[in-house]
Design a protein around this ligand. Structure first.
Ligand code: GLN
Length: 192
């Protein structure tokens, strides 16, 4: 059966998420990957990607487009990266972000310090047999994860990959770099 994935398209690396999910779904006929800008775009979606970008800006645009409640109540799985991880949390260290409370965790923005803009590391991720080349760009970390949240990867600074029910969140960018193992794990977890 086809899978309907939406990508929140307010700001950030939207095109990269669309391309990665299109590739991950190439062999599933009837699937679609579409941009989400308004509440009605969420209708019938099985999953939603919340991209990397600037979480304060995305949060502001969510309010402006009347998307806060529809996103907080979204019934499908959420695949959130970087700024998306910040937005999917239930607690954030920055009052300019109103988190969607999709995953019970506390997230600290820009957790690597100002001088470290980006970093690449071979990361051990639970449930993957080989390490994942993780690209961190002004990345957040989760500093705690609540009940039912499975920590999939952690580095000295904190938690960088989690799964909670059908939701997954990453401090790095699986949509960059062409390795789609985490997308596939997410799609399998949807049970569609
Ligand atoms: N630092 C950004 C934020 O907190 C996230 C960066 C990213 O998404 N690459 O919004």
């Amino acid at each position: 059966m086809g899978v309907k994935v939406g990508v929140l398209a307010l700001q950030g690396d939207v095109a990269e998420h669309i391309a990665a999910f299109r590739e991950a779904l190439a062999e599933r006929p009837g699937s679609s990957v579409t941009a989400v800008r308004h509440a009605e775009d969420l209708t019938d979606l099985d999953a939603l990607a919340i991209p990397g970008g600037e979480s304060t800006t995305i949060s502001r645009l969510i309010e402006k487009n009347g998307l806060y409640e529809p996103l907080a109540e979204f019934g499908g799985g959420v695949f959130a990266t970087c700024a998306g991880m910040v937005l999917s949390a239930d607690r954030v260290d920055d009052p300019r972000v109103r988190p969607l409370s999709l995953i019970p965790m506390h997230v600290a923005r820009n957790a690597f310090g100002r001088q470290v803009d980006s970093r690449e590391t071979m990361l051990e991720v639970a449930a993957l047999t080989e390490p994942f080349r993780a690209v961190f760009i002004r990345a957040p970390v989760a500093t705690d994860a609540g009940d039912g949240v499975e920590v999939l990867a952690r580095i000295p600074e904190g938690i960088v990959a989690v799964r909670s029910g059908r939701h997954m969140a990453f401090a790095f960018h699986p949509e960059l770099g062409g390795d789609l193992r985490l997308h596939r794990m997410f799609l399998e977890g949807l049970g569609v």
